[in-house]
Design a protein around this ligand. Structure first.
Ligand code: ADP
Length: 432
């Protein structure tokens, strides 16, 4: 700084000394004239440099700062350095951005960035393809204006994105997308779409295969079972061995029939075309019936109680709910040793939710098994399940029925102490 002032004042000082000399040698007028002219010329030179800077600042950013001399030279050099650094930083950022864009373009998923009002800020080519967008034209537009499926609009407005949305027929009728939203930053959203058309096709083939095989097995099984029963009823069947063989055949064919029935039920529940037929379900009346059926299944081996804390009915399907509730009661009877207690409970929870719970004092389940209970054919103890006529499909059926009613299955259990299975219904399904 001191150096700056030294250099800045050096010229006026020289002019002042020259003027004083002139005054001494000649007269005051010559000295004043010399001083005025010198300062004016200096001022003009400074203004020229300022004009060059002003002209540069108005021209394109890319041209370099003009050459300068004297005091300005240093300022201009610094400015030049700053500009170069800025340009380099910008180029670095642009290269990084380009790399990110190239990487996201190569992603096997569609990615779009949405602002707090769901306007598209950016999207990659796959997102353009999935939602029928044109980035050049649609950036800045609200995505729900361009992709209008009600389920998509509703999903975007939700605050909970833990489960992906399966969206059919977005752009073309046969396209199936799995959509996920990841909130980030301040109210921004990352919309990720994945084409699962192929996976869905395989899943449909698998479902159709299971349904067809089950269907094909049903008739021969009924025929075999019919003959076994006829043979069992024959009066001249005196051979013990034949009697035993027929008994075993009858047990096994009945088991297979149960399995085929459960597989067909699952196929029907999984079929997306088979929508829920809704009606008013008189839950208290249904539970009375299930209580009687449970007692007959238990055959006096357990104390089976029914507790109804509310008289609420449900908006749903009676047949499906009967099957789901019945499965829980039957499991409690099958997995509770003789003399145990079982309680069927219909009660209200907070926020208007209502739950059907079955608590038992049975064998209970170790914590590591609980998350897998609703998988098909998952059994904690295979032999016990088989002995009691289980198919390993009951809780898978319960879970499907619950989710068709937007309800969820809760399991609380302790090994050796007992279990409570609850189906919790959302307030919108509860009719008071
Ligand atoms: P299963 O026909 O074998 O009973 P489920 O799908 O109904 O098939 O149940 C899956 C498994 O969960 C059962 O095999 C059993 O191990 C366990 N389970 C279900 N309910 C109970 C219960 N109330 N107490 C203890 N274990 C149970």
């Amino acid at each position: 700084m001191f150096d700056f002032w030294q250099r800045a004042l050096f010229f006026p000082f020289l002019v002042l000394v020259g003027s004083l000399l002139l005054w001494g040698i000649f007269d005051a007028l010559s000295a004043a004239l010399f001083f005025g002219t010198a300062i004016l010329l200096r001022l003009i030179a400074q203004l020229r440099q300022l004009a060059a800077l002003e002209y540069w600042s108005m021209s394109s950013e890319t041209s370099s700062v003009p050459d300068a001399s004297g005091l300005w030279e240093e300022v201009f050099t610094r400015l030049n350095k700053m500009m170069r650094k800025q340009r380099e930083a910008r180029e670095k950022h642009a290269a990084a951005l380009q790399q990110i864009e190239q990487a996201t373009s190569a992603l096997p998923e569609g990615v779009a960035i949405l602002d707090d009002a769901d306007h598209i800020e950016w999207c990659n080519p796959l997102a353009e393809l999935h939602f029928g967008l044109d980035a050049a034209r649609d950036v800045g537009q609200q995505i729900t204006y361009l992709a209008r499926q009600p389920e998509f609009v509703q999903y975007l407005s939700m605050a909970n994105y833990t489960e992906p949305l399966i969206l059919r027929g977005t752009r073309q009728d046969d396209l199936v997308l799995s959509i996920k939203v990841v909130p980030y930053g301040v109210n921004k959203k990352l919309l990720i779409s994945r084409d699962i058309t192929h996976l869905e096709r395989i899943e449909t083939m698998r479902r159709d295969f299971v349904a067809n095989v089950s269907h094909e097995l049903r008739t021969p099984l009924t025929v075999v079972n019919g003959f076994v029963e006829t043979l069992q009823d024959m009066p001249n069947l005196d051979n013990d061995m034949s009697r035993r063989a027929l008994l075993l055949m009858s047990e096994q064919t009945k088991r297979m029939e149960g399995l085929v029935d459960d597989l067909l039920t699952l196929s029907r529940l999984e079929n997306s075309l088979n929508t829920l037929v809704e009606e008013t379900v008189d839950v208290p009346a249904l539970l009375q019936t299930l209580h009687l059926e449970g007692q007959s299944l238990s055959a006096g081996k357990h104390v089976l109680k029914l507790e109804m804390d509310c008289a609420a009915k449900l908006q749903g399907n009676t047949g499906e709910l009967r099957s789901a509730f019945g499965n829980l009661v039957s499991n409690a009877v099958r997995y509770t040793p003789q003399g145990g207690d079982i309680v069927m409970h219909w009660h209200k929870l907070e926020d208007g939710q209502t739950a059907f719970s079955v608590s038992d004092s049975g064998i209970g389940i170790a914590p590591e098994h609980i998350p897998r209970l609703t998988e098909r054919f998952y059994r904690v103890d295979r032999s016990r399940s088989r002995e009691t006529g289980g198919t390993g499909l009951g809780l898978a059926i319960v879970k499907h029925i619950a989710s068709r009613h937007q309800a969820h299955l809760n399991v609380v259990s302790e090994e050796g102490k007992g279990s409570t299975f609850s189906i919790v219904f959302p307030a919108k399904r509860v009719l008071l």
